[in-house]
Design a protein around this ligand. Structure first.
Ligand code: HEC
Length: 199
């Protein structure tokens, strides 16, 4: 009897599914759900800049990203004066093959097989830069390297996926694509001249 009375009392005071209440639900097993902690990107009045997340200590280097000062050009594409450098790795057939393979994986979907900027994104109506634009034909190797490392405009950086040596290999491959293009353009021009002479 006492049991059923207690049960009735409980049922009459508890709210069934579907009722609305302004009070928070009863949390029987908290399981550390509520913790006095900051979430990522949360604001905080405690720090002067209003954010709870802290910047890494100045000079912090991510794992695997450390290099000596003399290797800076290899890792940034610029010399000590900040000028773009030429490809610092010796370009062998092996390097070109590696560059072509990496290019096909990471660049070709957007920039196209030949480098004319007509990959799958082009079909979706997104303009992708052609390596055969006058400006890009004259771009220093180091600037290509920097675009892969840091990204540019609509293009995201690829440093996370393409290690330094592979980035330079890709640059070497792009140079060859440009050379092929120049060669094709020259042959076309010569052919046109021959045709004109025959007429
Ligand atoms: C997801 C598509 C996409 C991929 C993959 C991609 N790019 Fe790009 N890239 C773009 C777009 C879009 C632009 C034009 C960016 C702009 O001007 O806003 C661009 C521009 C460039 C430029 C010209 C920068 C300039 O000075 O104007 C270079 C060089 C370049 N990409 C190299 C590469 C290389 C090398 C790879 C492979 C490691 C690569 N891209 C992968 C989309 C892509």
């Amino acid at each position: 009897m006492a049991y059923s009375l207690a049960l009735m009392a409980l049922l009459s005071t508890s709210c069934m599914r579907g009722c609305t209440s302004s009070r928070p639900p009863i949390h029987i097993i908290p399981n550390m759900d509520s913790q006095p902690k900051y979430d990522a990107q949360e604001g905080s009045d405690f720090f002067y800049d209003g954010g709870a997340m802290r910047l890494p200590v100045e000079g912090t280097v991510a794992r695997g990203e450390f290099y000596e000062d003399e290797d800076r050009p290899l890792h940034t594409g610029r010399d000590a004066q900040g000028n773009f450098i030429a490809n610092p790795i010796p370009v062998s057939e092996e390097v070109l093959a590696r560059g072509a393979e990496r290019y096909d994986i990471f660049c070709r979907p957007c920039h196209g097989e030949s480098g004319d900027g007509q990959g799958v994104l082009f079909d979706q109506g997104v303009p992708v830069t052609s390596y055969f634009d006058e400006r890009l034909m004259g771009l220093p190797d180091g600037e290509f390297f920097e675009v892969i490392t840091l990204g540019k405009g609509l293009m995201t950086p690829y440093a996370y996926a393409v290690p330094v040596h592979d980035r330079w290999s890709i640059v070497a491959h792009i140079r060859r694509l440009q050379e092929d293009y120049r060669q094709r353009a020259l042959e076309k021009q010569q052919l046109q001249q021959q045709l004109q002479q025959q007429q």
